[in-house]
Design a protein around this ligand. Structure first.
Ligand SMILES: C[S@@+](CC[C@H](N)C(=O)[O-])C[C@H]1O[C@@H](n2cnc3c(N)ncnc32)[C@H](O)[C@@H]1O
Length: 273
């Protein structure tokens, strides 16, 4: 874990910034919201289901579970996110906590969800074991994670041009890979090692609808932590070159006129406790 200590500190500090939390909620997360119905269905949320939504962020999955009739608690380590979540879903209980150390009894809930959280957790195996521990036998777990550049235009374009036009001296602290958990073999092996059975992976074709073709740059700069660290440390000329290249590539690939619809597909992975 020592390897990822700096990354973990960066994540904790980053998501605590209200500007970052709000920018994620108002921009990037438009695609995350499209994954909520699949997550809710994957855990079979219904009237009376008890559910924990880990890494709940601004509360979109928790709200979906609650609307399906579940009694939900949302957990996140970022107070700024919890503030947004409480406004979004006043019927849900939101608590500050860590997904790798849950203050819940063994076998105590029917469903656990984690929307776009696993990629932010250095000790992801511990998070999976905690989800397994608190779920009752037969309970359902589902998480979402972004697919990688091989099928995601958003990740291919943004990270492709960071690589092409970024200052090579800007490097991030060692961090867990962003897309590993979207790989079926990787995900199913990790889930089975944590004690889950019957794993499934479904792809949601989520996308952003944008009026400005450079917006993917802004979403990563303003509404993420890892992407922001990579972009904010760039000299201004590199930042400008990256944004211009992204904007040009979006127009070339998706047409000269907006609004532009940019695919950012996600994997929804679920399993049974
Ligand atoms: C990208 S946001 C996802 C928000 C929301 N679940 C969604 O589906 O859009 C990731 C969230 O995970 C939270 N987070 C990261 N690591 C965490 C941990 N170990 N325990 C609790 N929350 C964590 C961050 O604070 C942030 O709110």
């Amino acid at each position: 874990m020592t390897d990822y200590e700096k990354f973990l500190r960066m994540e904790k500090e980053g998501w605590r910034e209200m500007d970052t939390a709000s920018a994620y909620a108002n921009g990037f997360a438009a695609a995350a919201e499209q994954c909520v119905p699949t997550m809710v269905k994957a855990v079979g949320a219904a009237e009376g289901t008890t559910a924990l939504d880990l890494c709940c962020g601004h509360g979109i999955v928790a709200k979906g579970l609650s609307e399906a009739g579940a009694k939900v608690t949302g957990i996140d380590f970022a107070p700024a996110m919890l503030e947004l979540a409480r406004k979004r879903a006043p019927d849900v209980t939101f608590l500050e906590g860590d997904a790798t150390a849950l203050a819940y009894e063994d076998n105590s809930v029917d469903a656990v969800t984690m929307g776009f959280g696993i990629l932010h957790i250095p000790d992801s195996k511990q998070a999976l074991m905690e989800a397994k521990r608190v779920l009752r036998p037969g309970g359902k777990f589902a998480y979402s994670v972004w697919h990688g550049p091989e099928i995601s235009a958003a990740f291919r374009i943004v990270f492709g041009f960071i690589q092409k036009h970024g200052d090579p001296s800007v490097v991030l602290p060692p961090a867990p890979a962003i897309h590993d958990y979207a790989d079926k073999d990787f995900a199913f092996t990790a889930l089975e090692k944590a004690g889950f059975s019957d794993p499934h992976l479904e792809t949601v074709g989520s996308y952003w609808t944008l009026d400005d073709p450079g917006t993917p740059y802004d979403y990563f700069l303003e509404g993420t932590v890892r992407g922001a660290a990579l972009l904010r440390s760039q000299p201004k000329t590199n930042q400008d070159a990256i944004r211009t290249a992204i904007s040009d590539a979006v127009k070339l690939e998706f047409g000269p006129d907006g609004p532009w619809q940019i695919p950012i597909p996600a994997a929804i992975v679920s399993a049974t406790s």
